[in-house]
Write a protein that binds this ligand. Structure first.
Ligand code: ZN
Length: 428
């Protein structure tokens, strides 16, 4: 008995000494989903710890009568962050200092509310935010699956975010580890360019867990043996943590870069890439959610992804995840025109269609709804000839609750496998 007690005391002392008790050991999908369900049941009510934070948020929610694509593109440039385009109307957010940009002559405003008022009435407030993985929990899962599959998995940082967080990349490759180059064709999945799109982190993270849990499945084994698979679930960790820091969501989209001489923070990372930077569909106003940054690649996070992809020229295909519109998009997003190379264009269209079919989403050229310049997929194709698709996940808001995670993943894991199936030759 005394021996047992001593053993227990020793165990906890060692655990404390080591910093913390490991959260995950041999994590698997079932465990993660069970945990999600338990968390959902345990969340008794909407948590709103620091309402003053949203009360002081200078942004407004606007509902406008729908306009054509050119006028939508202009809205983005005026600093209006489009959230939804529905039959007959558009919704989005705009900071108070830019609201004068929306002239009543050009746009008819159906509804105008402070973000605080709008979110109070909005059903998609954080009823179950704890079900999603935050930065630390995401890292814990990655660490666990890496250490349990060390023969084929390595985990490394592609560099630091603005606030100094490591941007983690999990690599699945049976022959090369860490940042050693590989000759195998590479595929990249990346989530959370935009902070509030938490479902994107889940899809990418769960895909890594899924692949490794099923590593002996014939099809998956083939991909693992023959490909170089890179998984970056959370490109914008500062923004994600900022979005959830108060216990009530902030509807935060950008990173948290603090510019001198102003109180407003953040750049839209998906307007910061070097493809027609800060032209159509991007705002030069720092307060705008579509702010393109002071220069091209001004942001640590977009620089990290640029450097990572540029130094891994074997990467052939990529999926970049956003939410929420149930779409599979292909370049160009920053140009009205189609991709000029016929073979490439056909490959983009064909595979977008196939993935959309698997997902039950729609496939379209990214600029079909509005033009938006400086995004990752355009840059990756233009500069590196990577076939990059944007998946706009499903849901009815940025915070669609937790039960959507497993449902969305059931479909998205198949779209992920589809991407792997074409990575050796995207022209097939
Ligand atoms: Zn997004």
């Amino acid at each position: 008995m005394i021996k047992n007690i001593i053993a227990i005391i020793l165990f906890f002392s060692v655990s404390l000494y080591c910093g913390e008790i490991e959260k995950y050991k041999n994590v698997n999908l079932k465990q993660l989903f069970d945990e999600l369900n338990q968390r959902i049941e345990k969340v008794p009510e909407v948590k709103r710890l620091n309402e003053s934070d949203l009360k002081n948020d200078p942004r407004y929610f606007l509902k406008l009568k729908d306009v054509d694509k050119k006028a939508r593109t202009k809205l983005l440039e005026l600093g209006f962050d489009i959230m939804e385009i529905k039959d007959g109307y558009i919704t989005g957010l705009i900071p108070s200092d830019l609201i004068g940009n929306i002239s009543e002559k050009e746009y008819s405003i159906i509804e105008k509310k402070s973000i605080y008022q709008w979110s109070s009435e909005n059903k998609d407030f954080p009823a179950a935010d704890s079900a999603y993985h935050n930065y630390k929990e995401t890292y814990d899962v990655l660490k666990d699956i890496a250490s349990n599959n060390s023969n084929m998995v390595s985990l490394f940082s592609i560099g630091k975010s603005y606030e100094g967080r490591d941007i983690w990349c999990l690599r699945i490759n049976t022959t090369e580890k860490g940042t050693t180059p590989s000759k195998k064709p590479g595929a990249l999945l990346v989530g959370n360019h935009h902070s509030r799109e938490h479902l994107s982190n889940e899809m990418v993270l769960l895909f890594a867990v899924y692949l490794l849990e099923n590593k002996n499945d014939t099809e998956i084994k083939k991909y693992i043996d023959n490909l170089d698979i890179y998984i970056i679930p959370m490109l914008n960790p500062d923004g994600v943590e900022y979005d959830i820091a108060t216990g009530s969501y902030r509807y935060w989209r950008k990173n948290t870069n603090k510019f001198s001489g102003t109180k407003v923070i953040g750049t839209d990372l998906n307007r910061n890439y070097d493809f027609r930077w800060c032209k159509e569909g991007a705002s030069t106003s720092q307060s705008a959610d579509t702010y393109c940054g002071p220069n091209v690649f001004s942001e640590p996070e977009s620089q990290r992804l640029r450097d990572f992809m540029s130094s891994n020229k074997n990467i052939k295909t990529a999926l970049t995840y956003h939410s929420y519109a149930s779409l599979v998009l292909y370049p160009w997003g920053g140009l009205d025109e189609q991709v000029s190379d016929e073979k490439d264009r056909n490959a983009f269209i064909k595979h977008a269609g196939e993935m959309a079919k698997i997902l039950g989403y729609e496939a379209e050229q990214s600029s079909d709804l509005y033009v938006a310049t400086g995004d990752m997929a355009d840059w990756a194709y233009d500069k590196l000839k990577v076939f990059a698709w944007t998946i706009e996940l499903e849901g009815n808001g940025f915070y669609p609750g937790s039960d959507i995670i497993s449902k969305a993943f059931e479909k998205n894991k198949k779209a992920g496998l589809y991407l792997l199936s074409i990575t050796d030759n995207p022209y097939k």
